[in-house]
Design a protein around this ligand. Sequence first.
Ligand code: ZN
Length: 305
Amino acid sequence: VSTVRTVLGDIDARVLGTTLMHEHIICGISDEQTIREDDVVEDLQAYLGCGGRSIVELTNTGMGQRADALERLSNASGVIIVAGTGFYVEKWHPPLVSKSTIAELETFMVHEIEDGIGESAVRAGIIGEIGTSSAAITADEAKVLKAAARAAAIAGAPLSTHTSGGRLGREQIELIKAEGLPLNRVSIGHLDLHPDPAYHTAIAAQGAYIQYDTFGKLQYRSDADRIECLVEMVHRGFERQILLSNDISRSAYLSARGGWGYCHLLQTVVPELERRGVTQGAIGLMLRDNPARFLSFASRASRSA
Ligand SMILES: [Zn+2]
């Protein structure tokens, strides 16, 4: 049986159902971007109402992560939540990152996966979002990414990245590959911010998942642009490697606050994919089967040769 690690414990992967692969539920990298516990309950219930079941929550240390709150919110709402570990872009690294070696950062992430996040007993089920800046991958970001790849191999956990503006995904892949982590354990995030099918093919052809996870953020890119590229990648046969989400990262994006909310993907994007001829089979893969496969833990310390 394939197992997924949620904030309430390990579950059979088949229970996950429709899953958003890159979201924030509690988030505080700046006052403006904070999502508080009280803000979000209504939107989590709405998400179940529109057919959703599970959310991957990629807020980690330095981004205002609150594992205890995620546990409470999962219990209160019934939404299955998978929590992240690791570190975001360098601007939001805690001091720990620059002071630590790769081995120490690897130990930190394995600890949060196997023992609990921070002082809590709530365990992380994914490494992410692991960030890189837009112009270049900084030395500390490369250190974190290497540690993340090693921790993913040791703990058997999936690894999810943040690219800035969708750029440098190939460079992330090169760093991860060099650590020996199989690329079917890796998802490259925010690629829909740079919707170039040739670029996405270069990543997916190596076996990694490609993430279209900022639907609704029209200030960066129209959903039409995202959908155009996604449909092309389905036509190219990569529907088993595509993961989807909305990246709700501020209170203003919640539907209770007048935003588009966690339901946007299911209520607005999926109907448009259907109109564009994407089959129910492909949609089921992207919403359910791919998340279940990717989030399932591999056996511990299964490094590739
Ligand atoms: Zn991100």
